[in-house]
Design a protein around this ligand. Structure first.
Ligand code: SF4
Length: 289
């Protein structure tokens, strides 16, 4: 049986950098906090907790912070939250991915120019919440978040010039479709594709592998955290090509009822999946079938 492991599976640059910053901070011997789980992966978060790292879930949790180091994860935070973290007296280590920081700068500038910011992404996702928090208040109104084609079709955004950005992990084709719909509706808009190349590469490789696997009546495995938006999107893309796609968090979730004669299995993983979990699944599949 052929097993195709995606070259782009696993930690992206931004997540790797953030996780490394936490492990590096632990070496200081100070009390370490992360603002939210450092990545959407329960295994890694558990390991850090065992090493004494505390996850701060909300602003009330900040009351318990007495010095130490707070690490901001790769998703970034709003300006207000950043200032709030700094006001605790703890040292703030900002591990916001540089690609996300770029979006913060873009929306801030657009707001100052009087434009209304449209974020194509999932409302409520920490990265989107962070981006919203760098939009400058102006007469153009609050930033708008659009995640679905139907929302773009129904949106009433007024006569103000729009400045459109994307959540870094958004689906590229869907982003283009939404931008096109807004443009056809006659909005004066400027769109910057801020989808990260790591995501694009991961998505197109996954699509290619899923297509190849489906053509051979094989199966596709996507490994990622349940709350990882990029992993779920990866799964959606793979399912579009290969119905026999399985979404798992670790090897323990893998309950494949596949015939021994299955000719081909493809494996990919989201940006927050550690190498050891990918390796475990890869070895299991190679040995089992
Ligand atoms: S997916 Fe891209 S933008 Fe997001 S953390 Fe990774 S490298 Fe940064």
């Amino acid at each position: 049986m052929k097993v195709i492991l995606a070259k782009t599976a696993g930690f992206c640059f931004g997540v790797k950098r953030a996780v490394e910053k936490v492990y590096k901070s632990i070496e200081s011997g100070e009390k370490i906090y992360t603002w939210g789980p450092i990545i959407h992966n329960e295994e890694v978060v558990r390991d850090l907790e065992e090493k004494g790292v505390t996850v701060l879930e909300n602003e009330e949790d900040l009351e318990s912070v007495k010095g130490g180091i707070i690490v901001i994860r790769s998703h970034g935070v709003s300006r207000r939250v950043k200032e709030k973290l700094e006001s605790t007296g703890a040292k703030v280590v900002d591990a916001t991915c540089p690609f996300v920081l770029k979006i913060h700068n873009l929306v801030e500038k657009a707001g100052k120019e009087g434009k209304r910011v449209v974020i194509i992404g999932n409302d409520g996702h920490p990265e989107v919440e962070g981006i919203k928090g760098w939009c400058v208040e102006n007469s153009a109104g609050d930033p708008v978040v659009i995640s679905e084609i139907s929302e773009a079709e129904e949106a009433d955004l007024g006569d103000i010039p729009l400045f459109i950005v994307a959540q870094t992990t958004f689906n590229t084709n869907k982003f283009k479709d939404i931008v096109e719909i807004l443009s056809k509706k006659g909005y004066n808009s400027n769109a910057v594709d801020t989808i990260c190349s790591a995501t694009q590469e991961r998505q197109s490789e996954a699509k290619k592998i899923a297509h190849e696997v489906a053509a051979q009546s094989g199966a596709m495995i996507v490994i990622g955290g349940r709350s990882s938006s990029n992993s779920r999107k990866l799964c959606e893309i793979c399912r579009g090509e290969c119905e026999n796609t399985h979404f798992i968090q670790t090897l323990a979730d893998l309950n494949l009822e596949l015939p021994k004669s299955i000719p081909c299995v493809g494996i990919t993983a989201g940006a927050s999946t550690p190498d050891n979990i990918i390796e475990e699944v890869h070895n299991y599949v190679r040995g089992k079938f």
